[in-house]
Write a protein that binds this ligand. Sequence first.
Ligand SMILES: [Zn+2]
Ligand SMILES: [Zn+2]
Length: 328
Amino acid sequence: MYCQQGKFYLDPWSKVDHAIISHGHADHARWGMKHYLCHTDSKAILKQRLGKDLSIETMPYNKPRTINGVAVSFHPAGHVIGSAQIRLEYKGRVEVFSGDYKTQPDFITTPFEPVKCHSFITESTFGLPIYRWKSEDAIQKELHNWIGYNQSQNRTSVFVGYSLGKAQRIMSLIDGVDEVFVHRSIHNLNEAIASSGYKIPKTQLLTADFNKKDVEGKLIIVPPAMLDSRMFKRIPNAATAICSGWMQIRGNRRWRAADAGFAVSDHADWDGLISAIKATEAEEVYVTHGSQATFSRYLNEMSIEAYELKTEYGEEELANSETKTADA
Ligand SMILES: [Zn+2]
Ligand SMILES: [Zn+2]
């Protein structure tokens, strides 16, 4: 997405001079831009994922900066740490690019704030009425019950979720239950996030040659790419839980031979998408990133003028590009 007046791109895939980045996931923050502009809490994440030498400027939430006459500001998207909606204002016209967002508050991410605008570009990963998330407290209770049962059977509770976002969310949900071990890709991100002053729960590194006795009956978080690894197979008495919004519909027990599935998503559910879109009071809505065809039809039926916008953004819920950092 290109802003002609501002001469910058939003979450570009090709190498450009000026990129404004909504958040650190691989389908939004890519390598090769001359200059990056992202939220303050995303800086360490981008450096950790894309390289230490990036030229990055940052902005906090709700503090506009003028770029070639366009007022640019970030607003909390509630998706992952540092995630921002990008608001652009030029000659009185306001457009907002949501990036990925989640309206439901959790225990770790800065909560979503709706932004009024003329035109809103929304994601639609879970833009079908079947997707409705439980409250964070209810999810927490479910996870704790599952962990408690595993511990009574001397089993190790292994949570599977991608390194940026889901892992920290799971950490916040299981904080204080027992010792938590994390895979190196998660550990490195945690260190980056903590180094920028963001408070996250304490975890320990699951080293490649971990001692089975140390982790038996404890809690472990690994990224999806680890599922078939030798390291994964060494975990003693593992009970595996996939944490993803898709778990709401997939036969969770059978998915990649997991023992459990929890619908823990970093994206808005159906009600979240609708309420966020209504709150923008936008005259036109562009739908991208997921169920854009179905969801834009739904919006039009609700008398919200909506159009499909095809982009390359994909789901980082499970199938993702984390294999690079997840081979240990
Ligand atoms: Zn994302
Ligand atoms: Zn995305």
